[in-house]
Design a binder for this molecule. Structure first.
Ligand code: GDP
Length: 304
């Protein structure tokens, strides 16, 4: 019974919590704003972004003198969409692969367990469906399981993979992968990297070495550094974003495990705090369960 309650609680949506906060109130006053603040923080929007949103709503209350709670949803949606627009201008924020950058090199970073390998597999599948030639590089050489997992995805999506034995130099794997991609005239390269965060200096060194050797063959590689974050982990995802953005230049985000969680608020907070666009969201374990991020659809789902 307790477990049921726990699950129910963790699945209480932002919209449910919002509805509770404004129940029986007709106008937005300090108490409603306080409750709204709690709802945003408990939905993992993060304190700084929550304060920003609350301030904007306070400004509107001050300007219009009166704001009915029936209008609050609409205004919140507008404010959240506006925040997301600061990093993703279009409706869809797919990674587009320019034809003149061939191969287009995407280095994928993130902590173990967040869904990095799965996201690489799903992306390989999407790119292949678009008729692109894809190569995978297993440069997370620290764990045998990581190499095996990527091999499984390579088989599943029928995409070539370059790998070496566990413990070999990640930079060497990256170098071989790029070389192979050039030889086979590939469109896209997806490089998996080690997700150890226990030592920031090592992480930084390793990622910059991987970059350096790739640039021997493709001068402007990597074209993208995609950080994968687990959307169900709230504050941990913020912390990881902080560490990885300090260690390397992250250009885009994929937020996984947004199926079965009411905690999608990380998407809002992280794209706002780090000014990096969310490009993909993971909504399951299957090969098709990766969606191109659409800010309007996201805001809609947040308010359901
Ligand atoms: P990695 O260590 O970061 O490479 O993580 P994996 O790709 O191996 O994923 C870890 C676990 O999370 C696996 O069981 C995946 O099936 C699961 N996973 C990955 N993405 C998603 C997602 O979007 N939704 C759900 N529900 N599970 C996911």
């Amino acid at each position: 019974e307790n477990l049921d309650k726990g699950l129910e609680k963790s699945k209480t949506s932002f919209f449910d919590k919002m509805s509770k906060a404004v129940a029986g109130k007709s106008k937005v006053d300090d108490e409603v704003l306080d409750d709204l603040e709690d709802v945003l923080v408990s939905s993992d929007v993060g304190v700084a972004t929550t304060i920003k949103i609350i301030n904007r709503i306070e400004d509107r209350v001050a300007r219009d003198k009166y704001l009915g709670t029936d209008e609050l949803n609409k205004i919140l949606r507008e404010e959240i969409a506006a925040l997301l627009s600061e990093t993703s201008s279009g409706e869809y924020s797919e990674l587009d692969i320019p034809a003149d950058k061939r191969p287009y090199v995407i280095m994928v970073v993130g902590v173990n367990g967040v869904g990095k390998t799965t996201t690489i597999g799903k992306l390989a599948h999407q790119f292949k469906k678009q008729g692109k030639k894809v190569v995978l590089g297993a440069a997370d050489t620290f764990r045998a399981a990581a190499i095996d997992q990527l091999q499984i995805w390579a088989d599943r999506t029928d995409v070539p993979i370059i790998k070496q034995k566990m413990g070999s130099d990640p930079a060497s794997v990256a170098f071989e992968t790029i070389k192979h991609a050039v030889q086979m005239d590939a469109d896209v390269v997806l490089i998996d990297t080690a997700g150890r965060l226990h030592n920031k200096v090592n992480l930084m060194k390793e990622l910059s070495k991987v970059k350096r050797v790739m640039q021997k063959t493709v001068a402007d590689a990597p074209h993208e550094v995609l950080l994968v974050l687990d959307g169900s982990t709230g504050q941990n995802a913020f912390e990881q974003a902080k560490q990885f953005t300090a260690a390397t230049e992250v250009t885009s985000l994929a937020v996984t495990k947004l199926d079965g969680t009411a905690k999608g608020g990380v998407v809002i907070g992280i794209s706002d705090q780090f000014k990096i666009p969310v490009k993909y969201i993971g909504v399951g374990e299957g090969v098709e369960d990766l969606q191109v991020f659409n800010k309007f659809e996201f805001v809609d789902s947040f308010f359901k």
